[in-house]
Every structure is written in structure tokens, then in C-alpha cells.
Write a protein that binds this ligand. Structure first.
Ligand code: MN
Length: 228
């Protein structure tokens, strides 16, 4: 084995429902504006424009049930999203072949420093500091395809302190999961361990320390995340 000059960075792993084995994460892709009503609330047309993507870091994923409010922002928003975990990948994947690359699904949150994002957008800069910050992607346990199949309809919602904030249906996705995988694979080489956050329905809004976010997706149960 090759000697390393520093300790190897830890591989991020996620819990899987029904087993003690864990899912190792390689990359995290996120799709923007994938529900029409959310595109409209962010000031954009609800059109079926080509999907666009950004990335978070694998170690931004966090299954602890706590979300530390990040520094240098006064407006941090919740975005509840279905997360897709890949068991294999490749390039140029066809839409009708993409489902076989999926290992499972989970509830995820794409936490966003909305004030910094608006600033970056206005200056034409990358979204990095508004999206890929520490522990910015709380995530629940993975439900395997063997357990639940491929969810493509059903309620996706988020409450803060028990009050309704976000609600939508998975079938409202502008770009469906197979299309997203196919499109991504034209630009990146997808691989086992990749995670895709599939966009958020309308109703995004701010949280403050002490808030409890409860996110649920039909078939994937519910997760609870406390803002600390
Ligand atoms: Mn998002």
C-alpha cells in the first residue's frame, strides 16, 4: 500500500434503512429550479429550460439531525428535496437505462445562504459559498430500490416548528429523475456513490436557531432536523 504523507480524508458514509452496512459518498450534484412553482417564487419563468446543476461536497451531507446555522449569513433557507443515490454510473447514459444505476432514495435538505446567493447571482459569480458550506445538506437514511422501487409521485413537504412551509408533489418535477441522470452524464462521468438532489417545491423560507425542520416524502418517511 502506498504511504500517505497525511492521514487520508475520511470517506463520508450514509445510513441505509434495514441494514448496518453504509453507503459511501463520492460526489453530490444538485439540480436548480426543478419545480415550476419554486422557479416562479424565485423570479423565473416556469419553463422547461435545460436543467442546470451545481455541486455540494460529500462531507456537506449530514445525518446527525442537527444543522449548525452558518456564519456570514442572516437569511438561510430550507429546501426539501428527494435525494437519489447511485450504485453505478457512466457517461452518455440513456434516459430509459438510467433507473438501473440507482441504489436508493432519501430525504435531503439543500440549505442555502439566500442573501449570499442573491449577491453572487447579481455579480455573475459561482454559488459556492451559498450552497456548499459546512453541513449544508442534512439527509435522512437511504431507502433502497429493492425496498421502495422508484418514487415518481407523492407528497414532498417541509414544516418548521409544526407549521406548513413547503409542499409539492414529486410528479411536479420539471426534469424527471431518469432525465436528470441522462443529462448529467453528458457533462460528468457519474459513478457509484454519487448523490443527486433533485430540486425543491415552492415555499422555501428562512430558519433561525432553535427551529425544528420536519421534512417528509411519501414512501421515504420523515426526518427532523434542529437548527443549532
Ligand atoms: Mn435546491
Amino acid at each position: 500500500m502506498t504511504a500517505l504523507v497525511i492521514e487520508a480524508p475520511e470517506v463520508v458514509t450514509l445510513e441505509i434503512v434495514g441494514t448496518r452496512e453504509r453507503f459511501p459518498v463520492r460526489r453530490v450534484y444538485c439540480v436548480g429550479r426543478n419545480y415550476a412553482a419554486h422557479a416562479v417564487e424565485m423570479g423565473h419563468a416556469p419553463d422547461r429550460e435545460p436543467p442546470f446543476f451545481f455541486q455540494k461536497n460529500s462531507n456537506n451531507l449530514d445525518g446527525s439531525g442537527e444543522f449548525p446555522y452558518p456564519p456570514h449569513s442572516l437569511d438561510v433557507h430550507h429546501e426539501v428535496e428527494m435525494a437519489v443515490m447511485l450504485r453505478s454510473g457512466g457517461t452518455g447514459i440513456k434516459v430509459d437505462e438510467s433507473l438501473r444505476h440507482i441504489f436508493g432514495y432519501a430525504i435531503g435538505l439543500d440549505m442555502t445562504r439566500r442573501d449570499l446567493q442573491a449577491e453572487q447571482k447579481s455579480m455573475g459569480r459561482p454559488w459556492e459559498i451559498s450552497k456548499a458550506f459546512e453541513r449544508s445538506a442534512p439527509v435522512g437514511p437511504i431507502h433502497t430500490v429493492a425496498e421502495i422501487g422508484h418514487p415518481n409521485a407523492g407528497l414532498i413537504e417541509l414544516k418548521v416548528n409544526g407549521k406548513d412551509r413547503q409542499a409539492g408533489d414529486l410528479k411536479q418535477m420539471i426534469w424527471k429523475v431518469p432525465e436528470m441522470i441522462a443529462n448529467l452524464s453528458n457533462y460528468f462521468e457519474l459513478a457509484a456513490g454519487d448523490v443527486i438532489l433533485t430540486g425543491t417545491p415552492a415555499g422555501v423560507g428562512p430558519v433561525v436557531k432553535g427551529d425544528v425542520m420536519t421534512a417528509s416524502i411519501e414512501g421515504l418517511g420523515e426526518i427532523s432536523v434542529k437548527v443549532i
